[in-house]
Design a protein around this ligand. Structure first.
Ligand code: COA
Length: 260
C-alpha cells in the first residue's frame, strides 16, 4: 500500500506503522490521519497481523500534535468534520480487536497524546513528554483527549493536564499509568517489539474479547459489564484456541494458538 506520510512493515505477525513527517515533528495533518485510517484497515484485514506498533520517525517526536497550520484555518463550518475524522480514526485504533502498542519516542502532544491514548498499551522512551497543551492555543483536545485521558489517569490528573497545558515527563507518566513501561530511548523499539512478540503468540480471539469487555464495560454499571464478560467467555469456549490452550497446559507443552 502506498503512503506519503507513513511507513509500514509487517514481520513475524507484527505490523509497524511509522508516522513519517519529521520536518513537522510528525504532526497529524488530514492526509496523515487518512493514511493512518487506511493502515489500520490493512491491519484489520490481514490475518497475518496479530499486533500493531505505532511510532514516530526520528528521535525527537512520536507526534507533536494535530497539524497547527491546518487547525489555524478551521472555522465553525469545517471543525465538526475535522473532529469527526480524528474521532473515527482513533476509535478504529481502539476497536481494532488486535493490541496496538504506542512506542513513544519523544513528544506526544495534543493529537499525538490522543493517538497514544487510543492505543491499547504505551511504551515510552525516557525522553518522552506527554501532554494536551491545546489550551495554550486557545482550543481544546479534539481527538478524544477530553474523554480518554481522564479514564486512564483519573479526573483530577486529567483536568490538571488539560487545564494547565503542561506536558508531563516519562517518569510521571509511568507513575500515573499513562505509560505502561519506560526504557532508554535507544532500547524503545526493542522493548515495544518484545512486548509485541509476547502478545503475538497469545490467543487472538481471547485478546480481542478482553479488549472488548474492558472497552465496552468501562462506563457501564458493574452488572452490565459482567454480562459482556459472560457473553465473551461463552464465545471463547467455542473456539479451537480454548481447546488448544487448556490441552497444552495439561500436556505440559506450549500452546500454539491459531486464532479460530
Ligand atoms: N503542527 C504543525 N507543525 C508543527 C507542530 C504541529 N503540531 N509541532 C511542531 N511543528 C513544526 C514546527 O512549526 C517547526 O516547523 P519549522 O521548522 O517549519 O518552523 C518544526 O515542526 C520543528 O518544531 P520546533 O517548534 O522548531 O521544535 P522545538 O524543538 O523548538 O519545539 C515542540 C518542539 C514540540 C515543543 C514545539 O514544536 C511545539 O510546541 N509544538 C506544538 C505542540 C502542540 O501544541 N501540539 C498540540 C497541537 S493541537
Amino acid at each position: 500500500m502506498n503512503f506519503s506520510n507513513l511507513q509500514t512493515q509487517t514481520d513475524q505477525r507484527i505490523m509497524r506503522i511509522t508516522i513519517n513527517r519529521p520536518q513537522s515533528l510528525n504532526a497529524l495533518n488530514a492526509k496523515t490521519i487518512e493514511e493512518l485510517s487506511r493502515a489500520i484497515d490493512q491491519a484489520a484485514s490481514d490475518d497475518e497481523v496479530r499486533v500493531v506498533v505505532i511510532t514516530g520517525a526520528g528521535d525527537k517526536a512520536f507526534v507533536a500534535g494535530a497539524d497547527i497550520t491546518e487547525i489555524q484555518t478551521l472555522d465553525e463550518t469545517t471543525t465538526a468534520e475535522f473532529v469527526e475524522r480524528g474521532h473515527a480514526t482513533m476509535l478504529k485504533i481502539q476497536n481494532l480487536g488486535k493490541p496496538v502498542i504506542a512506542a513513544i519516542n519523544g513528544y506526544a502532544l495534543g493529537g499525538g497524546c490522543e493517538l497514544a491514548l487510543a492505543c491499547t498499551l504505551r511504551v515510552g522512551s525516557d525522553n518522552a513528554l506527554m501532554g494536551l497543551p491545546e489550551i495554550s492555543l486557545g482550543i481544546i483536545p479534539g481527538f478524544g483527549g477530553t474523554q480518554r485521558l481522564a479514564r486512564i489517569v483519573g479526573t483530577g490528573r486529567g483536568l490538571e493536564m488539560m487545564l494547565g497545558g503542561k506536558p508531563i515527563n516519562a517518569k510521571k507518566a509511568l507513575d500515573w499509568g499513562l505509560l505502561n513501561q519506560v526504557v532508554e530511548q535507544e532500547y524503545l523499539l526493542e522493548a515495544a517489539y518484545k512486548l509485541a512478540a509476547h502478545l503475538s503468540k497469545s490467543a487472538p480471539i481471547a485478546m480481542q474479547s478482553i479488549m472488548d469487555a474492558v472497552n465496552r464495560g468501562a462506563d457501564l454499571p458493574l452488572e452490565d459489564g459482567l454480562e459482556i464478560e459472560k457473553d465473551q467467555f461463552v464465545k471463547i469456549c467455542g473456539t479451537q484456541d480454548m481447546r488448544e490452550g487448556t490441552t497444552a497446559f495439561l500436556e505440559k507443552r506450549k500452546a500454539n494458538f491459531k486464532g479460530h
